[in-house]
Design a protein around this ligand. Structure first.
Ligand code: ZN
Length: 255
């Protein structure tokens, strides 16, 4: 059974048919999702959805949601993590990181990311990292903190060289729907050049709808296509690659 390592299945986009999606996932060989945290305003709903569907989750502040008052959010985040320390479904800190496309809050983004790196270090937890056009800065900070449990660079889109630097720091690369785009040459090359154990798979639902899709949103059901594409790039059977990707995920998230 496969796992979608990054799905915002708690978002309102799924309020109408979440039960049906979980049922379809089971029928399609997808056993679970990891729901990443995004903001203090979302945490309670996220937690209740994770509980209802027995999903894995991470708690954190996404760079788009870092505000002037992010320090309060970090205090709340720490409280919430403490409350869930005995909860086996809480498996990581995040998603957090840096995003240069939405960089009006850049200075605060860096402080909020550092605060969450400190939490990951303190609680010895892996981290789900959002890194958009900011690999240099993210790598510098990851090197500074050297997290014992590493984590996942979610929605990875970069070169083989950048990929290797993340791998060296104990991170896995989250490969999502971008790999299905025929013009994603750089990503295809990176995936082809590295062992399957470097990757986990994710959809980032409801975002990251592949080009030419007739759907209005992305869902975890896309995972099978992503696994198939990785298998094709590696010229291996999809079933075998799926098993390897699953165990790669559990190397990061040891539950
Ligand atoms: Zn996300």
């Amino acid at each position: 059974m496969l796992i979608d390592s990054h799905a915002h299945i708690d978002f309102a986009d799924f309020d109408g048919d979440r039960d049906a999606i979980f049922e379809q996932m089971q029928l399609s060989g997808i056993s679970n999702v990891l729901i990443p945290g995004v903001s203090s305003a979302h945490w309670q709903k996220q937690l209740s959805i994770a509980k209802k569907y027995q999903s894995l989750f991470a708690l954190g502040v996404h760079p788009w949601y870092v505000t002037e008052t992010f320090e309060n959010d970090i205090v709340e985040l720490k409280k919430l993590i403490n409350q869930h320390l005995e909860n086996d479904f809480m498996v990581a800190i995040g998603e957090c990181g840096l995003d240069k496309i939405k960089s009006a809050n850049w200075v605060q983004q860096i402080s909020a990311f550092e605060a969450q790196l400190q939490l990951a270090e303190e609680y010895q937890m892996p981290m789900i990292v959002h890194s958009v056009r900011a690999h240099g800065e993210v790598l510098t900070l990851l090197e500074k903190y050297k997290l014992p449990k590493g984590g996942i660079i979610h929605g990875f889109y970069g070169s083989v060289e950048v990929a290797k630097q993340y791998l060296k720091l104990g991170f896995k690369l989250g490969i999502g729907g971008l790999i299905l785009n025929s013009d994603a040459n750089k990503l295809h090359k990176a995936v082809q050049s590295l062992p399957i154990s470097s990757f986990v798979v994710e959809t980032d639902s409801p975002s990251m709808l592949p080009k030419n899709s007739d759907q209005s949103r992305n869902t975890p059901l896309l995972i099978n296509k992503i696994v198939t594409k990785i298998a094709v790039l590696h010229a291996k059977p999809a079933v075998l690659v799926g098993e390897q990707l699953r165990s790669s995920f559990f190397q990061v998230v040891d539950i």
